[in-house]
Design a protein around this ligand. Structure first.
Ligand code: AMP
Length: 282
């Protein structure tokens, strides 16, 4: 597996692959890799001859009060996992490579970037959209693989790629979970053992809500009850909402078809994100 930290090295590798007619898949990550990330790498393997995984903890998507320095990092462990997963190139730019001195251009997404995480973390999706656009341009990838775990992010990326006519395909993969249902996340490492045990209540309550809604219970009281339940379980609930899957607009009572249940809840300082598909019959 090649490891590249400078644009020249990355371009030399991708230029040669493209000249040989190879299809390139990209898996963007912030490192501290777990089985969820590796599922994306495996999907990338199936979809292209060359797999590039980027590891970059993107300062632009952290808010000033969010602790960028405390984001988990494990470069040696990550590289070992990527080698074992059959990744061809680890792209590990420094912040100065990603944002050279004087950098002043950003990608400002609206539409699906509005509301939910967009409200909780103003500017976050600007950082995500900007870095992903740069990664797409730097690698010249034909396809990029993202997790449904960050549902709103996936919709923002799809919107950006369509709006900027970027010539790549975006693939979304279902969330990989621990045995107790908790969505794998690099941030789970920061939960205490007691918080980790309690965290499984989030997916458990989401499953219960999805089931109740699919059975025809009205959304508003079902969601309100689940918010109270999560608070009783010790969570600080940022939001628990039913939305239109691709636009992220709030679901209106009486609508039917495919919806998405989104939740973000805090245990101590750790924010847990999760979401599930819900089908509401007419
Ligand atoms: P991150 O490194 O957490 O920013 O995530 C990098 C990519 O991995 C994003 O596309 C995430 O949606 C995806 N991802 C993170 N956790 C999971 C998971 N548990 N299952 C599937 N994909 C995931």
């Amino acid at each position: 597996m090649r490891i590249e930290r400078e644009l020249e090295g990355l371009r030399a590798a991708t230029g040669a692959w493209r000249a040989a007619g190879r299809r390139i898949a990209l898996v963007p990550t912030m490192g501290a890799l777990h089985a969820g990330h590796l599922a994306l790498v495996a999907e990338a393997r199936r979809r292209a001859e060359i797999v590039i995984t980027s590891i970059f903890v993107n300062p632009l998507q952290f808010l000033p009060h969010e602790d960028l320095a405390r984001y988990p990092r494990d470069e040696a462990g990550d590289l070992e996992k990527l080698r074992a997963a059959g990744c061809d190139l680890a792209w590990m730019p420094t912040p100065a490579v990603m944002y050279p001195p004087g950098a002043a251009t950003v990608v400002e997404p609206a539409g699906p970037a509005e509301g939910w995480e967009g409200d909780e973390r103003p500017g976050h999706f600007r950082g995500v959209a900007t870095v992903c656009t740069k990664l797409f341009m730097m690698t010249g990838a034909d396809v990029a693989v993202f997790g449904e775990k960050d549902w709103q992010q996936l919709q923002v990326i799809r919107r950006v790629v369509a709006d900027l006519h970027l010539p790549l395909e975006i693939v979304g993969l279902p969330t990989v979970r621990d045995a107790d249902g908790l969505a794998l996340s690099s941030r789970n490492q920061r939960l205490s053992p007691e918080q980790r045990a309690r965290a499984a209540a989030l997916p458990r309550r989401l499953r219960a809500v999805a089931k109740a809604l699919a059975e025809g219970r009205p959304a508003a009281p079902t969601l309100a009850e689940a918010r109270e339940g999560l608070a009783a379980d010790g969570f600080g609930v940022d939001y628990l909402a039913l939305v239109v899957p691709h636009t992220l607009k709030p679901w209106t009572e009486g609508q039917h078809g495919e919806a998405r249940l989104l939740a973000t809840a805090r245990l101590g300082e750790v924010r847990l994100l999760d979401n599930l598909p819900v089908f509401l019959r007419g």
